[in-house]
Design a protein around this ligand. Sequence first.
Ligand SMILES: Nc1ncnc2c1ncn2[C@@H]1O[C@H](COP(=O)(O)OP(=O)(O)OP(=O)(O)O)[C@@H](O)[C@H]1O
Ligand SMILES: [Mg+2]
Length: 339
Amino acid sequence: MIHVNDIKKQYEIVKRDPGLKGAFKSLFHRAYETKEAVKGLNFHIAPGEMVGYIGANGAGKSTTIKMLSGILTPSEGEITVNGIIPYENRQKNAMNIGAVFGQRTQLFWDIPVRESYDLLKHIYDIPERKYQETMQMFIEVLQLEPLLGIPVRQLSLGQKMRCELAAAFLHLPPVVYLDEPTIGLDVAVKTRIRQFIKEMNKTHGTTVLLTTHDMQDIEEICSRIIIIDNGLIIYDGDLQSIKDQYGNQRIISFDLDFEQTFALPPSLTDKVQLLPQEEEDTKIRLSFSNDVIKGADVIAAMMNAYPVRDLTITDSKIETIVEEIYKSSQQEESHEKVL
Ligand SMILES: Nc1ncnc2c1ncn2[C@@H]1O[C@H](COP(=O)(O)OP(=O)(O)OP(=O)(O)O)[C@@H](O)[C@H]1O
Ligand SMILES: [Mg+2]
């Protein structure tokens, strides 16, 4: 359904000195800087697959999705979606895809939601009966009934997002791109949205590419993940095998009743890694593999050496795994730079 071959994307940014002087100077003399957001991506997605597209802030996820949906043209390489080159045939491509950009709205701000849908019905030329049938299902699963008469600008974030989702799927496109569809939503709305996506995939075989920072989304929806870092793919494969590979990693964070500098107890030094402290966080985080040392032994050694006030154990949640992969890819990168 989706073929991405060696795509790259550079943005041209106007370089500007700070202040008024800089602004004035750039009126006459423009210096450009190139930012390479995507550095060469290859992947293929089969019909009906649900793929998680993940990576740190600025990794190039939204840039990829914009190219897939035809908003941006790649600087190099080629994309086809359902046999169409999106950026060359935007109108035809639009019939094939639905998209939700969590940070933006595609609904019409000032008119009631129902009328936005009505407009989309005409834009996509959806037959009346099909439209009624689809709407019926959406109203039920996404609980839209009370929202239909309200203008979009009066909706809360979670209400708006449910409406957005319905709009993206309304013409039953074979492909849907979801760029952070659950951002800022409460747990109940997130659950509802995940159910809806799964339901659409089951009943209509919709191919879904999902970008999110919420790993629960990924665990519940996707069987395959593509991880991108700094414009390059660092992992493409099924979720389970990455869990198997990194799944023995554990993190325990300790809240210590202790003011001095912390040093690892000698019995742990070569088995456990001390993670950098997060800002404004006084907790000590230790990472280790369950194959090398048992959690109980780590806790015992720490309690022996320090007054432990509290502790939390994080098991091999996908967040931790992804954090590990980012870290190792960054280490490789800095290693390459040194070389
Ligand atoms: N319109 C633009 N002009 C110039 N640079 C851009 C533009 N859009 C994105 N970038 C840069 O390209 C890189 C990738 O951005 P992108 O939005 O694709 O990241 P992302 O993976 O979606 O991140 P996030 O998780 O924060 O949404 C970033 O370094 C960003 O600063
Ligand atoms: Mg983004």
